[in-house]
Design a protein around this ligand. Structure first.
Ligand code: NAG
Ligand code: NAG
Ligand code: NAG
Ligand code: NAG
Ligand code: NAG
Ligand code: NAG
Ligand code: NAG
Ligand code: NAG
Ligand code: NAG
Ligand code: NAG
Ligand code: CU
Length: 568
């Protein structure tokens, strides 16, 4: 596993002006045998590691990652939250910015981090491979600078994952075949381990050491497939300092909530009696009556025994248990998301060129005529589950990626008629007439001019069930200027907009039966998918694509495609 670092000096006028740090890594995607929950099975990993390797860089550095596919599935890797300025070819979502890396082939991702600091992560973006193919991507402050808070004594990435006692690819294939909801998972994990509360797992529980008086920065990542999670540490306060690789105005809380895709950096101080404390996560499940994984994953915050009065006692004591909110405690989830603020006045776009209103939610398709309903229409009352944005259920192309179609002007791959408003106005969060539940399907994109200042009102619907959706936009960070419940009201809700210090993120929690408003400047050309990060929902089509046109200057244009770009 070659993983090294070298420094390239770029010469301008024969004088070194800039030291560019380039980190080079090899990712081998392969089958590996692991044992969890008393069962040994094959999973897909990177370099045999689960979770995969943690990448650590500084803001301003370049990453070069050669991905070689030795697994039996097509794969791609997405660098979640990395802006990929002009390098959309390295973003990774299958059929959006590249064709898949087929078994036996490789592709090299190259990109430079510009102005992002904190915690991001990488994951497979092909079928449900990301269930086991993921890892942390840590961006330290730019060389020569430091955190906007006292440097912590330690830093620990904690990746929350989701585990099936089955091949996740079989789980999604079964759901696609039957039209029903996919099986819920058997466990959640912290750094790949379920922890004390699961069978055959206790002895492998992750231990996070800490010395009395020390501060540790926990870099918490929600890599779960289908579940928003609450996260807490028994008896310890969490000081939130960042999310999605943007700093936040620090605030103190007992619990944080992360949707899949989201990250949160928290400081904890070892100010309690030397002992062992549970670090724990469990579901925030907002859809009423829907089945979900109601188990709790744990790790252990373990005080350094040498500072214990009785060493023996200190290590052997049962961990102090954590208090997690009830699974449907939307009040706590909302309190968390509405407390986030940028550290200072933020350059939020105020004059808006493109004002979009996009509904997001589930749907039910009638059983296709001629199909065997008992086999392929096992959704509610003989239907098939679907999902949509503005009543369009997104279909991936298969012959060429959207980005190639955009770059080379290939027609017939996508259309640019994604509606900027719901095609039909209705009481989105009310009792939606059954006649509105079936969306159309298509590969529809919305075109944005380079530099356009964009506002998107994301509106959840009550079709089939209202639910919190973690909406992720590729290629951009955006400001979350407001959120609320019920139907967005343009006449009154604009008064709630925070245009001073809203938080910047790449994944917004769309409240259950509510709305959230985001703003960004379209300064990065390419084809960028915006989708629900619950994989069950993206599988059903809860996505759309922004096609951001090239600007005029060379620095405003998408780079040419790499020579090794996979073909379909
Ligand atoms: C899903 O769950 C059902 C019921 O427990 C089980 O029979 C089936 O094998 C599971 N599917 C997969 C792919 O694990
Ligand atoms: C754990 O093992 C016990 C005993 O074999 C079994 O009854 C129980 O269902 C298992 N629990 C889980 C969550 O798998
Ligand atoms: C989880 O759900 C199962 C099945 O609905 C239920 O029997 C069990 O009590 C629940 N466990 C917890 C910890 O809520
Ligand atoms: C535990 O504390 C002792 C004494 O303060 C120190 O020497 C040692 O490095 C600490 N261990 C860890 C893992 O920090
Ligand atoms: C949460 O679920 C419980 C049942 O477990 C129910 O009694 C309660 O009304 C629910 N709360 C909310 C806010 O939906
Ligand atoms: C539909 O599938 C069921 C279950 O496999 C089977 O019993 C039935 O014969 C099938 N019907 C038709 C018309 O194929
Ligand atoms: C399914 O059918 C039953 C009985 O007709 C009805 O009460 C229920 O609302 C239906 N559910 C859905 C999701 O259509
Ligand atoms: C929703 O509307 C349908 C008809 O439009 C009606 O039959 C049903 O009772 C309503 N449900 C509720 C909860 O109001
Ligand atoms: C979505 O489009 C279909 C097909 O035109 C229509 O039947 C349905 O009512 C529409 N639903 C909404 C919410 O616009
Ligand atoms: C992999 O992707 C290609 C398109 O690039 C497709 O033709 C092929 O069927 C896929 N293979 C598998 C195993 O899914
Ligand atoms: Cu969703």
């Amino acid at each position: 596993m070659a993983s090294f670092l070298f420094i390239v000096f770029i010469f301008a006028n024969a004088l070194p002006t800039l030291a560019q740090i380039v980190h080079q890594h090899d990712f081998i995607v392969q089958a590996s045998r692991v044992t969890r929950l008393c069962k040994t099975q094959n999973i897909v990993t990177v370099n045999g590691q689960y979770p995969g390797p943690t990448l650590e860089i500084n803001n301003g550095d370049t990453l070069v990652v050669k991905v070689t596919n030795r697994a039996k599935y097509n794969v791609t890797i997405h660098w979640h939250g990395i802006r990929q300025m002009r390098t959309a070819w390295s973003d990774g979502p299958e059929f959006i910015t590249q064709c898949p890396i087929r078994p036996g082939t490789s592709y090299t991702y190259r990109f430079t981090v510009e102005g992002q600091e904190g915690t991001l992560w990488w994951h497979a973006h092909s079928s449900w491979l990301r269930a086991t193919v993921y890892g942390a991507l840590i961006i330290h402050p730019k060389q020569g600078t430091s955190y906007p808070f006292a440097k912590p004594n330690r830093e620990t990435p904690l990746i929350l994952g989701e585990w099936w006692n089955a091949n996740p690819i079989d789980v999604v294939r079964e759901a696609t075949r039957t039209g029903a909801a996919p099986n819920v998972s058997d466990a959640f994990t912290i750094n790949g381990q379920p922890g004390d509360f699961y069978n055959c797992s206790s002895k492998d529980t992750i231990v996070v050491p800490i010395n009395s008086g020390e501060t540790n920065m926990l870099r918490v990542i929600n890599a779960a497939m289908n579940q928003q999670l609450f996260f807490t540490v028994a008896n310890h306060k969490l000081v939130v300092v960042g999310a999605d690789a943007s700093y936040l105005k620090p605030f103190t809380t007992n619990v944080i909530m992360l949707g899949p895709g989201q990250t949160t950096d928290v400081l904890i101080t070892a100010d309690q009696t030397s002992a062992r404390y549970h670090i724990a996560a469990s579901a925030y499940q907002s859809a009423q009556g829907a089945p979900f994984d109601n188990t709790t994953t744990t790790a252990i915050l373990q005080y350094n025994t040498s500072s214990c009065s009785s060493k023996q006692k200190c290590v052997s004591t049962k961990p102090v248990e954590a208090n997690l909110p009830k699974f449907n405690d939307t009040r706590i989830a909302t309190k968390f998301t509405t407390t986030l603020r940028s550290p200072r006045k933020a350059p939020v776009p105020t004059d808006i060129d493109e004002n979009l209103f996009i509904t997001a939610g589930l749907g039910l398709n009638k059983c296709p005529s001629g199909s065997n309903a008992s086999k392929s229409c096992q959704g509610p009352n003989g239907t098939r589950f679907t999902a949509s944005m503005n009543n369009v259920s997104f279909i991936l192309p298969s012959k060429v990626s959207l980005l190639q179609a955009f770059d080379q002007g290939i027609g017939g791959v996508y259309t640019t008629d994604f509606p900027p408003n719901p095609p039909l106005k209705f009481d989105y969060t009310g009792n939606v007439s059954r006649s509105l539940w079936q969306p159309i399907s298509g590969t529809k994109a919305y075109k944005l001019k380079y530099g356009a200042r964009v506002q998107v009102v994301l509106q959840g619907t009550n079709i089939f069930t209202a639910e919190n959706h973690p909406i992720h936009l590729h290629g951009y960070d955006f400001y979350i200027v407001a959120e609320g419940f019920g139907n967005f009201n343009p006449n009154t809700d604009t008064a709630k907009f925070n245009l001073i210090d809203p938080p910047m993120r790449n994944t917004a929690s769309l409240p259950v039966g509510g709305w959230v408003v985001i703003r960004f400047v379209a300064d990065n050309p390419g084809t960028w998918i915006m989708h629900c990060h619950l994989d069950a929902h993206i599988t059903w089509g809860l996505a759309m694509v922004f096609v951001v046109e090239n600007g005029i200057g060379e620095s405003q244009k998408l780079e040419p495609p790499p020579a090794d770009l996979p073909v379909c």
